[in-house]
Design a protein around this ligand. Structure first.
Ligand SMILES: *[C@@H]1O[C@H](CO)[C@@H](O)[C@H](O)[C@H]1NC(C)=O
Ligand SMILES: *[C@@H]1O[C@H](CO)[C@@H](O)[C@H](O)[C@H]1NC(C)=O
Ligand SMILES: *[C@@H]1O[C@H](CO)[C@@H](O)[C@H](O)[C@H]1NC(C)=O
Ligand SMILES: *[C@@H]1O[C@H](CO)[C@@H](O)[C@H](O)[C@H]1NC(C)=O
Ligand SMILES: *[C@@H]1O[C@H](CO)[C@@H](O)[C@H](O)[C@H]1NC(C)=O
Ligand SMILES: *[C@@H]1O[C@H](CO)[C@@H](O)[C@H](O)[C@H]1NC(C)=O
Ligand SMILES: *[C@@H]1O[C@H](CO)[C@@H](O)[C@H](O)[C@H]1NC(C)=O
Ligand SMILES: *[C@@H]1O[C@H](CO)[C@@H](O)[C@H](O)[C@H]1NC(C)=O
Ligand SMILES: *[C@@H]1O[C@H](CO)[C@@H](O)[C@H](O)[C@H]1NC(C)=O
Ligand SMILES: *[C@@H]1O[C@H](CO)[C@@H](O)[C@H](O)[C@H]1NC(C)=O
Ligand SMILES: *[C@@H]1O[C@H](CO)[C@@H](O)[C@H](O)[C@H]1NC(C)=O
Ligand SMILES: *[C@@H]1O[C@H](CO)[C@@H](O)[C@H](O)[C@H]1NC(C)=O
Length: 704
């Protein structure tokens, strides 16, 4: 049934569109695998997201992936990056999707294009532009006319752009798969009957765009034909229920190499052994496409990270944040890919049989009784201790928690737990100090009060809708009259994420939430003066949410303010969206001249802008800013934001979640680079250093 629809569709495509085009690849699928140019394929894929690195980094990232045995690069498409303002598109620089795909094509790899356009991906608002939420009556990701209209519009625009550049495999290009929606089953029930009808609509809409390559839906067990349901997770070899039709292959679109990190989290770690084990198991169970999420994580530049997510993204992947090869992971996976590739013909064309070799040991054998002498075996030991087993009259010792791969059913060429790749250690060398006060100039952000704000409301506004994605910051200001100098308790309840409270220009308290619990309450003893008292509350978000149903209803910012128990929520509040320094763009060369910078004083004040210039460190090693002495804020290099920093938010073990912040080499000039920081707290800029990043061979060799 599936194939019938597909063939029919391809026949039309053939006749109408590309019938005479030379060199095109017919991408189809059956129950075993994707079929590219009439050949079944086992494919290893790696996620690299184009806006999380720079165009200058792309060629080397892709080359390193290819060398590591990767066949396919998987990327999302980031709608809110391309259309931040409705109707105004940007595909320049890091946003140049076509250039990225052509770069992959140049290296001879394939592409899986995950259009979404909802993508989650720890990306602010899950990739959806915030302006969507201002559209009357809109319900995001549901069977809702306004949403479907805009989703179709953007999807079609991207598909057309790919077609125009001949980027689909059906046109001779590298794109072999496209994805519509993203892990929708996680929210589907919240939309009741509008959920399933939306899924059906999405697939129908996608298929109608006629890409000539299959569509996939990840984590959507009931993906309608002809879309292929695929698995996301850490252990798809164990957990995936399989394709929802015997005519669809078993594909794993997100094999998590580690996990993303939120501020306050310890660095995640997933061992090379564990990753290799699960990949081998998935292939042993007939899987034919595995994607590493991420192969290169990269950097969440600007304000693109979602709520509380760190600026470094999946730094623990095979290629680290800077694009350097991380060993032993990269090398171990390369060997795994080579072992599987050496028997891929057997895996694809011989029958698979599973049988037990003992308690906790399984054999997955392809071509057990093959007359052509084609046989390949995966011997799994799920036990925590070594097992001795017999396979085809030969005795094998299987290491604990491991899978041995025997491409000819005879000799073990790879064992997932035997990491023979040397372990490297990342080190950073300090190349430049900013420890003399002459290097710095400062500008103190003005604290607004009720009288000098232009936006007024008799309620506490929702920060997400009010800032409209133009800034992390929203000032809530209020004037209150006191009849004498008295002590009071100021209490503020916020739905997230960070608060700095000022009374008459003096900081009286700060508080923040976390990824798990964004909301918080702050209480502070304050002394009012006789007369008018100016309350100025700076609320900061650390990225918008990226998941959940009804994203358009999400709330952040202050929800309740009390003084001595008196509810001030529906007083007249004055608002300022963003900081003055942001509005004037004082982090740029031109903008910095619009304000009066002063020399560095002796004690740092909160809400201060810092400026310094520096020369690029010699060589080609990646560069990172060590912000260990700072608190929280954002950093710019030559006018480009390299992301938020938050060093004062420590992990349970007492260290910053992220201390180093990547400065891509391409942002740097030879000399006279402008560094600007906005610091919310009282960090010390004199402690900042500029470091280069290197790997050294570890003296400890891993156990065999
Ligand atoms: C594309 O592949 C399918 C399945 O392998 C096949 O039936 C169809 O004829 C092919 N189309 C072309 C144009 O080669
Ligand atoms: C929000 O921003 C978008 C894009 O810049 C703009 O079109 C829209 O008018 C803004 N809405 C409000 C309420 O400010
Ligand atoms: C793939 O999943 C397996 C287990 O499911 C996991 O061990 C491995 O780390 C994952 N690999 C990647 C690259 O995500
Ligand atoms: C793998 O494919 C074989 C047919 O080659 C089938 O008998 C077996 O049940 C499949 N195994 C799994 C885990 O799906
Ligand atoms: C392979 O041959 C053995 C012995 O003849 C038989 O028991 C087994 O069922 C066969 N397996 C397959 C997958 O054909
Ligand atoms: C294993 O040994 C038995 C008895 O010696 C023999 O009959 C059988 O063919 C052997 N099997 C293989 C796969 O070599
Ligand atoms: C581990 O792998 C290395 C290199 O492939 C090999 O020399 C060694 O014998 C293996 N060790 C075990 C216990 O299999
Ligand atoms: C590599 O070695 C370092 C220390 O030498 C150790 O901390 C780290 O856990 C090792 N990594 C792996 C993957 O074995
Ligand atoms: C700045 O750092 C350099 C290198 O660590 C050191 O030699 C110098 O004494 C420091 N200067 C001050 C003022 O601390
Ligand atoms: C707040 O309560 C304290 C203690 O009860 C009291 O001393 C103070 O006068 C009160 N402040 C106001 C503004 O009412
Ligand atoms: C406020 O002052 C009271 C009384 O002096 C004290 O008990 C309380 O702990 C203080 N609260 C805060 C948040 O400092
Ligand atoms: C404070 O006032 C607002 C607006 O009248 C109301 O919605 C809220 O429930 C009140 N909160 C408390 C704690 O009384």
């Amino acid at each position: 049934m599936v194939m019938k629809i597909l063939w029919c569709y391809l026949a039309i495509l053939l006749a109408v569109a590309f019938g005479s085009v030379q060199g095109w690849n017919n991408v189809t699928y059956d129950g075993r695998s994707l079929i590219i140019d009439h050949k079944h394929r086992i494919l290893f894929s790696g996620s690299i997201h184009y806006p999380r690195s720079t165009p200058e980094m792309w060629p080397s990232l892709i080359a390193k992936a290819k060398k590591g045995g990767i066949d396919v690069i998987q990327t999302y498409v980031f709608w809110n990056l391309h259309e931040p303002i409705q109707g105004q598109f940007d595909f320049s620089g890091r946003r140049d999707l076509v250039k990225f795909i052509k770069e992959i094509q140049k290296k001879g790899l394939y592409v899986t294009l995950r259009i979404g356009p909802f993508i989650e991906s720890e990306w602010t608002y899950g990739g959806l532009p915030l302006w969507l939420s201002h559209i009357p009556g809109i319900v995001l990701r549901s069977d809702n006319e306004p949403f479907k209209f805009h989703m179709q519009d953007f999807t079609t625009k991207i598909v057309d752009m790919m077609k125009l550049n001949n980027l689909y495999a059906s046109q001779g290009g590298p794109i072999i798969l496209s994805q519509i929606e993203n892990e929708y089953s996680m929210v589907e029930r919240a939309f009741h009957e509008k959920g399933p009808s939306y899924v059906n609509w999405a697939v129908e809409m996608a298929v109608k765009t006629q890409t000539g390559v299959p569509w996939i839906m990840c984590k959507q067990d009931d993906a309608p034909d002809p879309a292929i349901n695929t698995c996301n997770g850490k252990r798809c070899g164990k957990t995936f229920q399989g394709p929802n039709s015997p005519n669809k292959p078993s594909l794993w679109t997100e094999n998590w190499t580690s996990f993303y990190q939120a501020f306050g989290d310890e660095p995640p770690h997933r061992s090379a052994e564990d990753i290799a084990y699960n990949v081998a198991l998935f292939v042993a169970k007939n899987g034919s496409y595995v994607n590493y999420y991420m192969y290169h994580g990269g950097t969440n530049f600007d304000r693109t990270a979602s709520a509380f997510v760190t600026t470094a993204y999946y730094d623990e992947s095979a290629l680290d944040e800077y694009g350097l090869v991380r060993q032993p992971l990269w090398g171990h996976l390369k060997k795994l890919h080579a072992a599987i590739r050496s028997c891929s013909h057997t895996l694809l064309y011989e029958t698979q049989t599973t049988f037990s070799l003992g308690q906790g040991q399984e054999a997955y054998v392809f071509g057990m009784n093959s007359t052509k002498d084609q046989c390949a075996a995966f011997l799994e030991n799920n036990d925590l201790s070594e097992a001795t087993i017999q396979f085809r009259n030969v005795t094998y010792k299987l290491p604990p928690k491991s899978i041995s791969i025997l491409p000819r059913c005879k000799k073990v060429v790879f064992n997932t737990a035997n990491v023979s790749t040397k372990n490297d250690t990342r080190v950073r060398k300090s190349r430049l100090n900013f420890n003399s006060s002459e290097k710095w100039k400062v500008y103190e952000e003005a604290i607004p009060n009720y009288d000098n704000t232009s936006l007024k409301a008799n309620t506490l506004l929702n920060q997400i809708i009010t800032t409209n994605d133009t800034s992390d910051y929203l000032w809530y200001t209020l004037s209150i009259l006191a009849s004498s100098s008295i002590q009071s308790v100021l209490s503020v309840y916020s739905r997230g994420h960070v608060l700095h409270a000022f009374v008459n220009g003096v900081l009286v308290g700060s508080a923040h939430g976390s990824k798990k619990i964004p909301e918080f309450e702050m209480e502070s003893n304050v002394t009012f003066i006789n007369g008018i008292n100016k309350i100025s509350l700076l609320s900061a978000t650390v990225g918008m949410p990226d998941s959940g149903a009804y994203l358009e209803r999400k709330v952040a910012g202050l929800r309740r303010v009390k003084v001595n128990g008196t509810n001030l929520t529906d007083q007249s509040w004055g608002y300022q969206v963003g900081l003055l320094g942001e509005i004037l763009q004082i982090y740029t060369d031109i903008g910095s001249k619009k304000v009066q910078w002063k020399s560095l004083g002796s004690s740092p004040k909160p809400l201060t802008w810092y400026q310094a210039t520096f020369d690029a460190p010699k060589g080609n090693s990646p560069v990172a800013l060590n912000l260990g002495s700072m608190g929280k804020g954002e950093a710019w290099i030559n006018g480009q934001s390299i992301g938020r920093y938050w060093v004062s938010f420590h992990t349970p073990s007492g260290i910053p979640s992220q201390q180093w912040y990547h400065i891509p080499r391409s942002l740097l000039k030879h000399s006279g680079n402008l560094l600007v920081l906005f610091e919310e707290e009282t960090g010390n800029p004199l402690g900042i250093t500029l470091d280069t990043v290197h790997y050294i061979r570890s003296t400890i060799t891993p156990h065999q």
